[in-house]
Design a protein around this ligand. Sequence first.
Ligand SMILES: [Zn+2]
Ligand SMILES: [Zn+2]
Length: 338
Amino acid sequence: MRAAVFHAVDQPLAIEDVPDPTPGPRDLVVEVKCCGICGSDLHAAGPSGGLPDGCVMGHEFAGRVVEVGGEATGSFAPGDAVTAIPGIGCGACAECLAGDVMHCRALKITGLGDLPGAYAQYLRVGSNEALHLPEALDFRQGALVEPLAVGLNAARAAGLTSGQNVMVIGAGPIGLAVTLWARFFGARSILVSEPAPGRRAMAEAMGATHGVDGSASAAPLLAEMPGGGADVIFECVGVPGLLAQCVDLAAARSKVVVAGVCMQPDTWVPGVALIKELQLQFVLAYRKSDFQLTLDMMADGRIDPGPMVTDRVGLSQMPEAFEALKHPSTQCKVLVEP
Ligand SMILES: [Zn+2]
Ligand SMILES: [Zn+2]
């Protein structure tokens, strides 16, 4: 099969022939119909990413089942439209049985080195990690379930309830997903801080009530919020200094939820958070129930991630699109359709 293969940091991905996947007893092989390009792939392929030579990335996918392992669970058959959590767990531990596969100690992650990902024609997924796509959804929508589930997990971790004031720092795909869920959970006001005007417009299309071009200029808007501040601030960027900004901007007894992936040392003053009695929560992935709720709400037309999709490319144009995303652009979520 054809796949976009990573070789080295300073080289574009290469479209090459690689072996077709074969399913283990509990696995499915899926023909990839659509896969989103993720910021974490761009990071993984960068100087500090540590991606192994030969890796096929891609972890936000949907496609059609073409092969079913003999001991697969979940009544999958060839032809079924599916998406899946991008990783295969042991299937037997407490985490796997509770749908919290991403915390299985034997987890093999898809598309970041352990297992080949979905920038390819075919992909092996676990039947325990796979979910049927409702009939109302197409494969493009299916490929957006993963980033939306990240936002849902963050919103759930924040314990969002109706009438709250929310601030979201960063309107990349994760900030936009958080914005969408904040509206879904009934936030009163959603202030999104984002320097790119195009992304601020996307945030407004997905539920933001206010936009500012940087978190520093957010302070006066926060002060005007009913109650005098945000109940929750979501950090969805992941660069040093933002945690300190969140703590400075946070109201007393509020929450800061960190979804941005910052892999460098950072400095902030715990005493400021202590004086305000802040709750600080870090979030990364999702549970299977987050995938299912996302699928169901999208199928019912109650959430629409459409505004975040800015481009679609075939597999052969994918390396070029991937290179372009390494530099600031007006793109947000780019979908690959092998
Ligand atoms: Zn992703
Ligand atoms: Zn497990």
